[in-house]
Design a binder for this molecule. Structure first.
Ligand SMILES: NC(=O)c1ccc[n+]([C@@H]2O[C@H](COP(=O)([O-])OP(=O)(O)OC[C@H]3O[C@@H](n4cnc5c(N)ncnc54)[C@H](OP(=O)(O)O)[C@@H]3O)[C@@H](O)[C@H]2O)c1
Length: 275
C-alpha cells in the first residue's frame, strides 16, 4: 500500500503547466516520480517553471497553442517524436472572458472561451489517443484528467460568466461520454472541478483572498496540495477505479453557493443591478 499514490515510471503531459493550477499539478506529479511535460504558449514562462521542476525531478516543456486543432496536432507530433507513450494527459489550459453583461458577449469572446475550455479537451484527447493506448490496460490504465470548474456544476455562480460556465458544464458531460467510451481499452477519463484557487485567471481569489474566504465554508481558498493531491490520486493506482467522475474541490463553496456579499465588495456596480 505504501506506493499506492506513486507515479514512478509514468509520463505525463499537463497543458497550461507553466503557471497556476497546471503548475501545481505538474509539481505534484514530478514530486511523486512522473516525468512531466508542461505545455503553454509563452516560452519564457515555461522555461522558468521547467527549470524549477527539473531541480526536483524530470520535467520538460513544449510550446503549443491548444486552442486550435492545428496547434494540437503539432503538439501531438512533437510529443510523439520524444516519447513512445503517454500515461497521463491533463487537459488544464483554460481561459475566461470575465464577467460580462449578456449584451457584451461577442462571437469572438464566446469562441475564445469555448475553443480552449471545451473544444481543446476533445481534440487533445483524440490527438493523444495513439500515445495513451500504448501502455493502457485494465490493470494499469492510462489517464485523461480534465479541469472543469464549480462554475459548470452545482449551484450557479451568479457573476453570470456565460461562456465560461457553459464551457465547464460541457467539459463535465464530455468527461462522462469519453469516460464511458474509452474505459474498455484501459483509458480512464475523469474531471476535477476546482473552486477558488488564487491564480492569474482567478484574480478575485488572488487579490481579495481575505474577503473571499469568509464566504467559503472551509474558510480559505484552495492550495497547491489540494489540487495536486486530487490529480495524483486520479493518476495513480489509488484512483484507477474512477471512470467519468467529476471530483469537486472547493472547501464547500458549491454546496453553499457563492455569497453575494463578496460580489458587493468586488463589483459594487454589478450588485446594484439587483437581479
Ligand atoms: N483558478 C481557479 O480558481 C480555477 C477554478 C476553477 C477552474 N479553474 C480552471 O483551471 C484551469 C487553469 O486555470 P488557472 O487559474 O491556473 O489559469 P492561469 O493561471 O491563467 O493559467 C493558464 C495556463 O494555461 C496556459 N494557456 C492559456 N491559453 C493557452 C493556449 N491557447 N494553449 C496552451 N496553453 C494555454 C497559460 O500559459 P500561456 O498563457 O503562456 O499559454 C497558463 O499556463 C482552467 O481550465 C480554469 O478554468 C481554475
Amino acid at each position: 500500500m505504501k506506493d499506492l499514490f506513486s507515479l514512478e515510471g509514468r509520463t505525463a503531459l499537463v497543458t497550461g503547466g507553466s503557471v497556476g493550477i497546471g503548475a501545481m499539478i505538474a509539481e505534484g506529479f514530478v514530486d511523486f516520480g512522473a516525468k512531466v511535460y508542461i505545455v503553454a504558449r509563452r516560452e519564457d514562462v515555461l522555461t522558468k517553471k521547467q527549470e524549477e521542476l527539473a531541480a526536483i525531478g524530470a520535467c520538460e516543456y513544449i510550446v503549443a497553442d491548444v486552442s486550435t486543432v492545428d496547434g494540437i496536432k503539432r503538439l501531438a507530433a512533437d510529443y510523439a517524436e520524444r516519447e513512445k507513450s503517454l500515461d497521463i494527459l491533463v487537459n488544464n489550459a483554460g481561459t475566461s472572458d470575465g464577467r460580462k453583461e449578456i449584451e457584451e458577449v461577442t462571437e469572438e469572446t464566446w469562441d475564445t472561451v469555448m475553443d480552449l475550455n471545451l473544444k481543446s479537451i476533445f481534440f487533445m484527447t483524440q490527438a493523444f489517443l495513439p500515445s495513451l493506448r500504448v501502455g493502457a490496460s485494465p490493470e494499469t490504465p492510462s489517464n485523461v484528467i480534465n479541469i472543469a470548474s464549480i462554475d459548470g456544476c452545482g449551484k450557479l455562480n451568479t457573476a453570470y460568466n456565460y461562456a465560461y460556465g457553459a464551457s465547464k458544464a460541457g467539459v463535465i458531460q464530455l468527461d462522462r461520454l469519453l469516460g464511458d467510451s474509452l474505459a474498455w481499452e484501459g483509458i480512464h477519463v475523469n474531471t476535477i472541478s476546482p473552486g477558488d484557487f488564487p491564480t492569474a485567471l482567478n484574480k478575485a481569489a488572488r487579490d481579495y483572498t481575505d474577503e473571499m474566504k469568509k464566504s467559503i465554508p472551509a474558510k480559505r481558498v484552495g492550495e497547491m496540495e489540494n489540487i495536486a493531491g486530487t490529480a495524483i490520486f486520479l493518476a495513480s493506482r489509488a484512483g484507477n477505479y474512477n471512470v467519468g467522475s467529476n471530483i469537486v474541490i472547493d472547501g464547500g463553496e458549491s454546496v453553499r453557493g457563492i455569497q453575494r456579499s463578496f460580489f458587493a465588495k468586488v463589483w459594487p456596480d454589478f450588485v446594484k443591478l439587483d437581479r
